[in-house]
Design a protein around this ligand. Structure first.
Ligand code: FES
Length: 178
């Protein structure tokens, strides 16, 4: 189950997309540039954004969805606060990248391309990130984590959870007593 943006947030996103669509033509070839614009602006493509693109180009929603899902570059859920990219390029794949992905998925109870309900974590499989000597590699919030192993997956997630709890405790402490 994914906790999507609040209604207000979603409305702002859709308003932004509507105003930017006007810059595009209405031919089918505009579909990918439109999807790229949406993802670039909002980091993911919501269901309503797919409907808007379909309506704008006068094509079926399933056609837009079909094109969008064909390309790995598009996301359909808002990214989590901690975004985890798992490299499945050749070197990483050979060294067990898929086991690392499976471990992240199992630990966070989400699949590749999804975001946890609390929006803390999201997972994405990616192609070679250019650090093959460190395979298998994951990139967590833009920090490269080399020589990944299941125990490292556990340690990373635990570290983030401890940080979050600490921040929440600090926040509570700084709130005025009632
Ligand atoms: S294949 Fe993973 S970093 Fe190159």
């Amino acid at each position: 189950m994914i906790q999507e943006n609040s209604l207000e947030e979603e409305k702002l996103i859709l308003d932004d997309i509507a105003s930017r669509l006007k810059a595009f033509g209405r031919e089918r070839e505009e579909l990918i540039p439109i999807l790229q614009m949406i993802q670039e602006r909002h980091a993911y493509i919501a269901e309503d954004a797919i409907k808007m693109a379909a309506e704008y180009l006068g094509i079926a929603i399933c056609e837009v969805y079909g094109v969008a899902t064909f390309y790995n570059q598009f996301r359909f859920h808002p990214p989590g606060k901690n975004h985890i990219k798992v490299c499945l390029g050749t070197a990483c794949h050979v060294r067990g990248g898929d086991i690392i992905l499976e471990n992240f998925e199992r630990k966070l109870e989400i699949r590749d391309g999804e975001t946890t309900p609390d929006r803390e974590f999201s997972i994405e499989r990616v192609a070679c990130v250019g650090c093959c000597a460190l395979a298998p590699v994951s990139v967590v919030n833009e920090t490269v984590q080399g020589h990944m192993a299941p125990s490292k997956v556990e340690g990373l997630i635990l570290g983030f959870k401890i940080e979050k709890e600490k921040a929440e405790r600090e926040k509570k402490k700084s709130e005025p007593a009632q």
